[in-house]
Each structure stands twice: as C-alpha cells, then as structure tokens.
Ligand binder design. Sequence first.
Ligand SMILES: NC(=O)c1ccc[n+]([C@@H]2O[C@H](COP(=O)([O-])OP(=O)(O)OC[C@H]3O[C@@H](n4cnc5c(N)ncnc54)[C@H](OP(=O)(O)O)[C@@H]3O)[C@@H](O)[C@H]2O)c1
Length: 251
Amino acid sequence: MDLQLEDRTFLVTAASRGLGYGVAEALTYESANVVICGRSENDLKKAKSRLGDRANYFVADVAVEHDIDLLIDHIHSSSPGLDGLYVNAGGPPPGGFNQLKDSDWNRAIDLTLMSSVWLTRKSLPLLRKSHSASILYSTSISVKQPIDNLLLSNAIRPAVVGLMRSLSSELGREGIRVNAVGPGYIRTERVKELLGDSEEAERAIVDNIPMGRMGSPEEFGALCAFLLSPKASYIHGSFILIDGGLYKGMT
Ligand SMILES: NC(=O)c1ccc[n+]([C@@H]2O[C@H](COP(=O)([O-])OP(=O)(O)OC[C@H]3O[C@@H](n4cnc5c(N)ncnc54)[C@H](OP(=O)(O)O)[C@@H]3O)[C@@H](O)[C@H]2O)c1
C-alpha cells in the first residue's frame, strides 16, 4: 500500500531514540520529511545521520513552552509546511501516591499534558494549510488500565486522550484528523535499560502478553505512519492500542 507520504512534512517529538525514532524511521522510509526533537543534541545528530537527508533536528525540551515556540519557528523557516504532528515526550517518573510531591505532579503535567496542548496550539496554524493534516498523540496502555507504581502516567495520560477526543469534535470539519495510540510494552532502549540483564523480569512481563513477546519500535512506527497518512482518512477521534493483546478488558 502506498501511504501517499512522499514529500509531506511531519514533526515527530522526542525522537532521537525509542518510539519517536521508530515513527520518524517509518515516515522517512515512506519518503516523508521529518523534523525530530529531543534534549540531547548529540543523540539527535546520531539519529539524523541514521535517518538520512529527509530528517532534520532541533534541540527542544517539550516540557518547556518557550522551547516549543522556537521549534515551531524553526519549522516555519526550514520547511515548506506541516502535514502532521506526532506528540511524544519522555515518561513521567515512577512512584506511588505517598512518594509524589506537588512538584512531581506539576512537572509531569507539563511534560505529558501541557506539552500536548502547546504543541497542538502552536502547530495548528501550519497544519491548517495542509490538505491532509493529522495529529497523533502517543500515550500508553495506562489509559486503559493502571500500571503499578506509575501513578503519574495513570493519572495524567487519560487527560491527553480527553484532549484528543475533544479536539476531534472541534477540528473534524476543518479536515484535521486527531487520534491517539496506546503502546503496551515496546522494546525500546528505555525498556531494555529498565529490564537490565534480568531475563526473569522480562519473562514476568512477556508471560502476560498473549503474543508472547514485546513489540518492536518498527511495528509501532508502521502503525503510526499509517495513522498519520492520508490512507487513514476516516480514522478520527480513535484511541488505538498496540500491545500484543496485553489489555484484557472488553471495551
Ligand atoms: N516503550 C514502551 O513500551 C512504552 C509503553 C508505553 C508508554 N511509553 C512512553 O512513551 C514515551 C517514549 O518512550 P520510549 O520507550 O521511546 O523512551 P526512550 O527510548 O527513553 O526514548 C525517549 C526519547 O524521548 C526524548 N525525550 C525525553 N524527554 C524529552 C523531553 N522532555 N523533551 C524532548 N524530548 C524528550 C529522548 O531524548 P532526550 O533524552 O535527549 O531528550 C528520547 O529521544 C515515554 O513517555 C514512555 O513512558 C513507552
């Protein structure tokens, strides 16, 4: 299937590695142009050299509104337009209710929710000029079922899906599609680091996944590239899990 992404331009945030990189790689494979961001310039340079000429990068922390202003200014000056936005950020820190202070909550709200609000608001003028604009919010299976010891993710990520669902009503008639994805366990650098060398820890997770394995960033990237593409033209306001069957609820 031709995803009709050739020469379209996408902003893919938090993308020097992991899920974001998987999305940038899938988009460039389909001959789209991508602007990736992250906080480490060194990591972005390495990612850009692997992605090739269709990628360019900008150093930005998506939890800082001013960084997003500069990132969007960069797109204005370096790209012909913007056809899609993949909204991603680092994960909020682990912890249960008794460990988390107000400052942890406020930082996590900026990182996860306000970054989505700022990126959407500041990208919309550019997206409105595209013939097939779409926004995809990267969240987590925690939107459907809480993950132990990840209270900040469990509490704040559902607000991003609430934002997406509300925007679907507000933006649909303008032809701007919005959706969200909820990964279960995708074997990124972060997940590998968290597991360390412990085969036991990995087995405990994988035993609960009906497909008997974690997903790959390539599988995740393929789904996201499709959802961002004109081929997904009637998928709007949806939250789509990619979890190998890990979520066991009926709805
Ligand atoms: N992998 C999974 O199975 C899974 C499942 C559910 C949800 N998630 C969530 O998906 C997101 C990505 O996870 P991942 O596994 O891809 O992590 P990862 O492998 O650690 O990659 C994170 C990427 O985000 C960038 N980043 C982190 N904080 C940022 C910030 N404030 N501003 C801009 N860029 C930032 C990192 O670069 P710099 O450090 O240089 O900024 C890096 O490029 C996280 O929120 C994670 O909680 C992951």
